[in-house]
Design a protein around this ligand. Structure first.
Ligand code: CMC
Length: 377
């Protein structure tokens, strides 16, 4: 069968999925058929995670049971904390998260992915424990004790509490929860695909999520949110934004937080995140980074609009987290805290009709080369 090679598998479907859909021409993103704008207005992260995993919105009773299951599994075994204490404190939090998640699989054996009940509890553990791991690492690396979760706090509020030991402003909790909704799922992106390749071997879900975390870390994917804030800080003031953009593009460098394989218009998540930042700044005062970002976007629209390169999800998210006092290198782990729901939804979906990923290649090397003995080379 003849095949055309598509670098990056651009435009090649890798799965049939009902989890989410992107209309890149119109800038529409739906989870299980519901637009993200509506989910941000009316849902919570945990309800959205349920929707992604099980395909429908929960009844009140189901939602309460789901939330309780998550609360009961937020704690970490002390051995996992001990294990994290052995990691080098200057290590990137994504690496610490990946190591801890891989280790989780050793603490929770039961690798039969045909066992649906075990799959449910694995999903619960992963969604529940990722925020605890990220917050614990943020403290352990500074020599502080990890703070255990508090059962009466909601998902986002508890994350802030574990990070800072203080109760966050309720508006922050609201906005942060919306950020998690917006990062929870995005069709066949690199980290989801990576997880599905691992899952297709029938590996356990901790291994699947550890694989996805590795792919998410890179600067062309989730890692871009950290690079954006570093770029905005380098630019410094709004009046220097246009010259910076021009220079980057003149030197054929990418602008971080811009462009997308699927969107030909501004990423709808970037639009929502921009308005969330405006909401945050109304109460907490503006941010210089935001002013710089607006000017970068304006200049980029002028110079990149023709190529249909616009801000993506990573452009405004970091500005929000930065205003909330969160360290820049925790931005991608926060992306992961949310995206684990999408990874697991695709994992469960694929398991219903699994087939080992084993793509082909177009061989571009030689044949029939003689083996040259070492003394004759
Ligand atoms: N800045 C400047 N030019 C760009 C950018 C950008 N950020 N993105 C794409 N372009 C140009 C690119 O130079 C190319 O131009 P030409 O046709 O003249 O060579 C054209 O647009 C097509 O770009 P591409 O890199 O071939 O497109 P792709 O679909 O392979 O890349 C991308 C998608 C996300 C890797 C790319 O846009 C990029 O590197 N962006 C910066 C990193 C980033 O923000 N990543 C986050 C992605 S969205 C969220 C997530 O996945 O985590």
């Amino acid at each position: 069968m003849p095949h055309d090679f598509m670098p990056g598998l651009a435009g090649i479907p890798a799965a049939k999925s009902a989890v989410s859909d992107v209309d890149g021409e119109r800038g529409v993103l739906e989870y299980r058929g519901i637009r993200v704008e509506e989910l941000c207005q009316r849902s919570s992260y945990l309800e959205t995670a349920y929707l992604l995993l099980f395909g429908h919105l929960p009844t009140q009773q189901a939602l309460t049971a789901w939330e309780q299951d998550i609360v009961r599994h937020r704690r970490l075994k002390y051995s996992i904390i001990d294990l994290m204490k052995c990691l080098p404190e200057q290590g990137h939090p994504m690496d610490a998260l990946q190591a801890a998640v891989a280790a989780l699989g050793m603490f929770y054996p039961g690798r039969n992915v045909k066992d649906l009940e075990n799959n449910y509890w694995s999903a619960v553990r992963l969604i529940a424990k990722l925020p605890t791991i990220v917050a614990a690492w943020a403290r352990l690396r500074r020599g502080d004790e990890a703070i255990p979760p508090r059962d009466e706090l909601g998902f986002s509020e508890n994350f802030f509490y574990m990070l800072t030991e203080t109760a966050p402003h309720p508006l922050w909790v609201d906005i942060f929860d919306d950020c998690l909704i917006l990062h929870a799922e995005h069709t066949m992106n690199a980290s989801t695909f990576t997880g599905l390749v691992t899952a297709s071997t029938l590996a356990d879900p901790y291994t699947v999520v550890a694989s996805s975390l590795g792919a998410l870390k890179g600067p062309l994917h989730g890692g871009a949110n950290e690079e954006v804030v570093e770029m905005l800080r380098r630019i410094g003031t709004a009046d220097r934004a246009a010259a910076y953009v021009e220079e980057q593009l003149r030197n054929k460098r990418k602008l971080m937080g811009f462009g997308h394989r699927v969107y030909r218009v501004k990423d709808p998540r970037a639009t929502i995140l921009q308005s969330l930042s405006e909401r945050l700044f109304k109460t907490c005062g503006s941010s210089q980074l935001f002013d710089v970002a607006l000017h970068v976007e304006r200049k980029a629209a002028e110079l990149l609009g023709e190529k249909k390169v616009y801000p993506n999800v990573d452009f405004y998210s970091g500005i929000i987290y930065d205003k909330m006092g969160i360290d820049v290198d925790l931005f991608t782990p926060i992306f992961a805290i949310a995206r684990v729901a999408g990874w697991l939804a695709h994992w469960l979906e694929q398991l219903t009709e699994n087939k080992l990923f084993r793509p082909d290649q177009i061989y571009a090397g030689e044949h029939n080369r003689p083996y040259v003995p070492i003394d004759q080379r």
